[in-house]
Design a protein around this ligand. Sequence first.
Ligand code: HEM
Length: 173
Amino acid sequence: MLETLTTLTQPWADYYSASTWLPTAMIAMHVLALFVGGGIALGADRQVLRSRPSRSDAYLAAATDLHATHRIVIAALVITNLSGVALFTADVGTFWGSPVYWAKMATLAVLMLNGARMRSTEARLLASARNTVELAVAGPDVTEPYQSLRTHAWVSVLGWCTIVVLGVVVANI
Ligand code: HEM
């Protein structure tokens, strides 16, 4: 498998290592995308963790704010992942055997799974909060998904921070 992958990616690896600007440009794109995506994700997570809504309309506002961040975070993750694949295939031999690299990929899988579950919880919350927006005190069909949202926010914060640390370790193997 490693041999096949090395043969397939050799032309790219040769071009990459011969270039004076490409390694810097690729790392810059990788880090800039995670800076933007991770920054907005952490900001939204902090908002979810700090807010203590009680009325349905406050829950609706919190979920609507979070919903507005997903598109840019997903776009940034796509760029981070594509540039990551370019970095990985530029030196398969180094990263393939690295447990740190695979720990990073496993953490990324958890982060993306958590993101998908966060979106479905948020959709449930939005629907319930819209249906009960006139209520002075939010019912369990609003407070329960919000509690799950807080758990997802914690997983997101820990996930992003862990990947960044593992990313730096991978870069200095
Ligand atoms: C949320 C997703 C990701 C984050 C936050 C992230 C973060 C980072 C960080 C902070 C670095 C260190 C940059 C440096 O110090 O030079 C890095 C390097 C690296 N990342 Fe990622 N990364 C992500 C996704 C990926 C993916 C999906 C892959 C591969 C498929 C990948 C492969 C790499 C490689 C190979 C390096 C080392 C590059 C080198 O030094 O030559 N990353 N990453």
